[in-house]
Design a protein. Structure first.
Length: 105
C-alpha cells in the first residue's frame, strides 16, 4: 500500500493532476465551491501572473471569470483572504453566495 501511495504522490507532483479512479465520482471543486461546516462556502480564486483570474469557484456560466471576481470584490471584499502563490479565497455563507449569483443574472 505504501508503494501505491508513493507512486500516486509522485504522479501528482510530476503532472500536477491527481489520478482519477473509475469508482470515484468526478467533481470539480473549483467550479462548485467548497462547502465547509456551518453553511459556509469557500470560493477559491487562482490568478495568472498578469493579475487576471485564471480559475474561480462557483462562477455562473453566463458571467466571465474576471466579472465574477469583480462582483465578489464589490459586494464581499471584507470576506476575501489573499493566499500565497497567486491564490485567494472568499469565505461566504451559502445565503450570501446565492444572493450574489441571483444578482449576476
Amino acid at each position: 500500500m505504501a508503494e501505491t501511495n508513493l507512486e500516486m504522490n509522485v504522479d501528482v507532483v510530476q503532472t500536477g493532476v491527481a489520478p482519477h479512479f473509475e469508482n470515484e465520482k468526478a467533481s470539480d471543486p473549483v467550479a462548485e465551491g467548497v462547502a465547509i461546516g456551518g453553511g459556509s462556502v469557500l470560493i477559491h480564486v487562482r490568478f495568472r501572473p498578469d493579475g487576471t483570474v485564471w480559475e474561480i469557484s462557483a462562477c455562473p456560466p453566463d458571467v466571465s471569470k474576471d466579472a465574477w471576481f469583480k462582483k465578489l470584490c464589490a459586494r464581499a471584499s471584507d470576506r476575501f483572504q489573499a493566499r500565497a502563490g497567486g491564490r485567494g479565497m472568499f469565505r461566504l455563507t451559502a445565503e450570501q453566495l446565492d444572493a450574489l449569483k441571483a444578482q449576476s443574472h
